[in-house]
Design a protein around this ligand. Structure first.
Ligand code: PLP
Length: 369
């Protein structure tokens, strides 16, 4: 069986180093907010090309804490892609703000040409989600933000080290939000996240917020949260980061093979916007025969995933937004036709060949959509 993802493979690539690091942290006697976190924050800020990075407990925390620190809450609107991951939307609504959905384009990211039409006098920010590893059109998004005086938060959870016009994502907006959930590019071995920013004030506020609103122990300046990156994860992330460019390159090679060798008229391969590159967090194809193909591949010993089967506006959690089927037809169509092929570090060539052959031999008849 070829799984859709296999985390043991990427661990095995550098297992000794992870184990040495874990032991050294365990033996240090210091487990929360110490030298490993400090070191990782410096190294990640440098990698992204920003002044500051603040380690947090998860990607969702990075999102909602960002909007909280920017003062965006009840009565405010935030623009987000209608096909985004549910956590993106939760990052907005946890603070009481309202998500305003804008449909994606053929690159699976927000259609920047449709953003202006969604702006009202309540709009405070754009959440640019770099989905599947590909950068959004940040030139257009930043232009619109400047024109209407909006904040820009980037959700880079799936985009660790990819670029828009040569500049790394997470360095464009007011804040970049990262998740280091194990399946993400620079995955930790548990939950972890961070924000990146060039703004000293934001850096300081998030740093204080993550630690019960205190900079100095027992001197609480604001009602904060507990969202601290721990030493063990930070240490392991420092090891992962050393190899991240190489890991990204390896997935790019797999994507190149898929793009070159998958030949099936019933399948649309992912497209990359001119000016963008992708870290290939997922390799997402579109097909009218999605459900049939998923079953076919499973029968051929190949696992796949769907990112995502239900668009946020139709999820049970967001019934209170009052949206219905047909409101965002592109996102709804994508939810019926996207399929994520196996994509992970350490995937063998023969496994890649088997996947390509199986897809090329598929002929869909029934449309389950
Ligand atoms: C994973 C992910 C998140 C949430 O990150 P967690 O660390 O799981 O909280 C947010 N946005 C996107 C796009 C993601 O892929």
């Amino acid at each position: 069986m070829i799984e859709a993802n296999n985390l043991l493979r990427q661990y095995s690539l550098h297992d000794k180093e992870y184990e040495d690091k874990a032991l050294s942290v365990l033996r240090s006697g210091w487990y929360v907010l110490g030298n490993e976190v400090k070191g990782f924050e410096e190294e990640w800020a440098k990698y992204i090309g920003v002044k500051f990075c603040v380690g947090l407990a998860s990607g969702l925390d990075a999102l909602w804490i960002s909007f909280r620190i920017l003062g965006i809450g009840a009565g405010d609107e935030v623009i987000v892609a209608s096909n985004a991951y549910i956590a993106c939307v939760m990052g907005i609504t946890i603070n009481g703000a309202t998500p305003v959905f804008v449909e994606p384009d053929e690159y699976d990211n927000i259609d920047a040409d449709k953003i202006e039409a969604a702006i009202t006098n309540k709009t405070k920010a754009i959440l640019a989600v770099h989905l599947y590893g590909q950068a959004c059109n940040m030139t257009k998004i930043m232009d619109i933000a400047h024109k209407y005086n909006l904040r820009v938060v980037e959700d880079c959870a799936q985009s660790h080290g990819n670029h828009w016009n040569g500049r790394t994502v997470g360095s464009f907006g007011d804040i970049g939000c990262f998740s280091f959930y194990p399946t993400k590019g620079c995955g930790a071995f548990g939950d972890a996240g961070c924000i990146t920013t060039n703004n000293e004030e934001i850096n300081k506020k998030v740093r204080i917020f993550r630690n019960y609103g205190s900079e100095k122990r027992y001197h609480n300046q604001m009602v904060g949260s507990n969202s601290r990156l721990d030493e063990l994860q930070a240490g392991l992330l420092r090891v992962k980061l050393k190899y991240l460019p190489e890991l990204n390159k390896e997935r790019e090679k797999i994507a190149e093979r898929y793009l070159l060798e998958i030949k099936n008229e019933q399948i649309k391969l992912p497209r990359i916007r001119p000016g963008a590159d992708s870290t290939w967090h997922q390799f997402v194809i579109h097909t009218k025969y999605r459900n049939e193909l998923q079953v076919y591949l499973r029968e051929h010993g190949i696992g796949t995933l769907i990112h995502y089967p239900i668009p946020p506006h139709l999820s049970e959690a967001y019934q209170f937004l009052g949206k219905k089927e047909g409101d965002y037809p592109i996102a709804e169509e994508y939810a019926q036709e996207v399929l994520s092929l196996p994509m992970y570090n350490g995937m063998r060539k023969d496994e890649q060949s088997k996947i390509i052959e199986a897809i090329n031999s598929f002929r869909g008849e029934k449309n389950y959509a």
